[in-house]
Design a protein around this ligand. Sequence first.
Ligand code: IPM
Ligand code: MG
Length: 352
Amino acid sequence: MKIAVLPGDGIGPEIVAQAVKVLNALNLNIEMTEAPIGGAGYEDSGDPLPEATLQLARDSDAVLLGAVGDWKYDKLERHLRPERGLLRIRKELNLFANLRPALLYPELAGASTLKPEVVSGLDIMIVRELTGDIYFGQPRGISTLPNGEREGVNTMRYCESEIRRIGRVAFDIAMKRNKKVCSVDKANVLEATELWRQVMIELSAEYPEVELSHMYVDNAAMQLIRAPKQFDVMVTGNIFGDILSDEASMLTGSIGMLPSASLDANNKGMYEPSHGSAPDLAGKDVANPLATILSAAMMLRYTFNDETNALKIENAVKKALAQGYRTADIVTDGCKQVGCHAMGDAVVAALN
Ligand code: IPM
Ligand code: MG
């Protein structure tokens, strides 16, 4: 197993170090190689996705990523900014299927800002399309109109095959869960998502056992707060998925708990926490490493087909939480508050 380890910026290096520690503790036959991405890539070679990093990622079976971005790069030209490195590696590796499970650990029911009865037992899988939509559509840019006024343009576009392949991922996952897919769109206003809805309906004919429903994105945002347990699998485009997955993360207590997998058609994948680089927390040993540790579990499950060790990690996380260990973002009454490093240690200790 060859893994490219890309810590990135901000809290990236600290949280990735904890996930690497957990993987090492499993004594698997893994070769891990580190490389810079994002702001770290820019510092290293003037490129948020250095050629050597991309090559390493191509040559690896999986990528473990921390996070990218720091305010200090906000003034760089757009193509040099850290986020571009992340978007490019997703696109270059064709990682079109982004899985973001929002799962509430019972111990954290009190850490959510919602009432425990609304969130307890929550288990949603958000399937976000990751290489299309307004994130990549052309034309894009900021230009000056003949009257001297500036204009910003982005293009929302999806072709049928892109919709169908992400739809398939969602339906296949639903078949292994509660057989419900909610497709989220804005078909009442946006043609790109009107097509999305049509293709989802066509595809559903191949999955007679799965119950397909549709929801406009504004309603979905509301329903996630009102009654989140109505959802099993949600499938949606890149921009809606970006927003709804951040929202769903808070149902679980903290965005620091939400892992993700980004897969290509062959289950090669990049695994990263759904949260960002939190530059304000960097280097303080306070970040929550659990989303990254849980991302490593997803890596074992989806790329390496190793359900046993994936479960081992997930159970160790549960055990550490049950033992009362909490980082600052998930503190509850009577817990043992620890830092990033100590949380990693608690998970390693719980492995055995
Ligand atoms: C995410 C992030 C990224 C995105 C940013 C950092 C480019 O918000 O992974 O959700 O918008 O996809
Ligand atoms: Mg996001």
